[in-house]
Design a protein around this ligand. Structure first.
Ligand code: NAP
Length: 327
């Protein structure tokens, strides 16, 4: 699989990575054996970039990744975790003392002395404008607790503020055929500055696979049941912020655009990966089959102009109005 580089930190990532929120919690039950099988399938398909967070299953996702990597050390692998959502998300909590404590816990969970990449996990907006916060992150690098740091953001405005900081190595943002706003300013700015872009929620929480109907029911402990209207965390994280009924209809139209040899999920992933400025795309997978199929998207033929235009047109007609004003 093709690899790309985070220029500021000189770290590498497979163009399709793996999101591991599913291996923690909030997506119904994924038992440990299945979680390891997902990691195995991804790694065997060429995935070298794994995204996790200290809060996914309160550390379970980090610990499962550690167990997996312990059995197969590979210098090409980059593990990115996140910190900052195990306490109340108020600016006063984003201080060096807390960073060290959170970092100690993640290093224990991941079984490493130095974490490859740590991301602030969607902090409150004022945090992005605080010199003290970024000085504290620089201190974590100086103390050799982390190799590099980045941010995971909700909005394009937050991404642009973070990109202007000199030592931010990566920005993680929602980007998919139902969330195109980052194409206009964020991707060009990141490219110009040499900041890597990690594209998350690439399948709009599964919507873009085209497999759900208006009657699909998700488990009670799946955020696609309990966070549809932003009840537990930012609404944008669930179905990319698109209302479910609209999303199902738009996904049916998206499925009709799929070229031969592609699935709808692979079309979405390929579309994201080809956007200039994207470093890695991190679909979440709940089974080894999903992980393998997602990696395969990196090897499929280039998309035609006709398909690209039709995807843009679908977004403009069905989705743009619901998401652009907010994120
Ligand atoms: N704030 C943050 O920083 C933040 C927030 C959200 C996500 N993330 C990261 O981004 C990653 C990806 O986002 P996400 O997991 O929320 O959403 P996603 O990747 O858009 O969607 C994941 C879902 O898509 C379905 N799926 C995946 N591959 C498939 C395939 N090949 N065929 C059919 N269905 C497939 C599965 O749904 P079913 O379960 O229905 O099978 C899976 O649970 C996360 O795992 C996490 O690492 C970070």
């Amino acid at each position: 699989m093709d690899e790309r580089t985070f220029k500021r930190s000189n770290q590498h990532a497979s163009v399709i990575g793996l999101g591991t929120w599913q291996l923690g919690a909030d997506w119904g039950d994924v038992d440990e054996r299945e979680a390891l099988a997902v990691l195995e399938a991804a790694a065997e398909s060429g995935v070298t970039f794994f995204d996790t967070a200290d809060v996914y299953g309160d550390g379970r996702s980090e610990r499962i990744i550690a167990g997996f990597l312990a059995g197969r050390p590979d210098p090409r692998v980059t593990v990115a975790t996140k910190m900052g959502r195990r306490v109340e998300q108020i600016p006063q909590n984003y201080v060096l003392g807390n960073f060290r404590e959170w970092n100690d816990r993640s290093r224990r969970n991941l079984g490493v002395d130095v974490i490859d990449l740590v991301q602030l996990h969607c902090p409150p907006t004022p945090v992005y404008s605080s010199d003290e916060v970024f000085d504290a992150l620089d201190t974590l690098v100086e103390e050799e607790r982390i190799t590099a740091y980045g941010v995971s953001v909700e909005t394009c405005a937050e991404a642009l503020t973070a990109i202007a900081r000199p030592n931010v190595a990566s920005v993680q943002i929602i980007l998919n055929p139902f969330r195109m706003k980052p194409l206009r300013e964020v991707l060009p700015a990141a490219r110009e500055a040499g900041v890597g872009v990690i594209a998350r929620v690439p399948l709009a929480s599964g919507l873009l696979t085209g497999k759900y109907t208006r009657d699909t029911v998700f488990a009670a402990d799946d955020h696609r049941t309990f966070n549809r209207h932003g009840e537990a965390f930012d609404q944008g994280e669930t179905f990319s912020g698109v209302d479910f009924a609209t999303g199902v209809e738009a996904a049916a139209e998206f499925s009709a655009l799929v070229p031969e040899g592609y699935t709808p999920a692979q079309l979405a992933l390929r579309w994201i990966a080809r956007q200039p400025g994207v470093t890695t795309v991190i679909p979440g997978a709940r089974s080894p089959e999903q992980a393998r199929a997602n990696s395969e998207a990196a090897r499929l033929p280039e998309l035609s102009e006709e398909t690209l235009t039709a995807i843009g047109d679908l977004y403009d007609r069905r989705v743009r109005e619901q998401v652009e004003g907010r994120w």
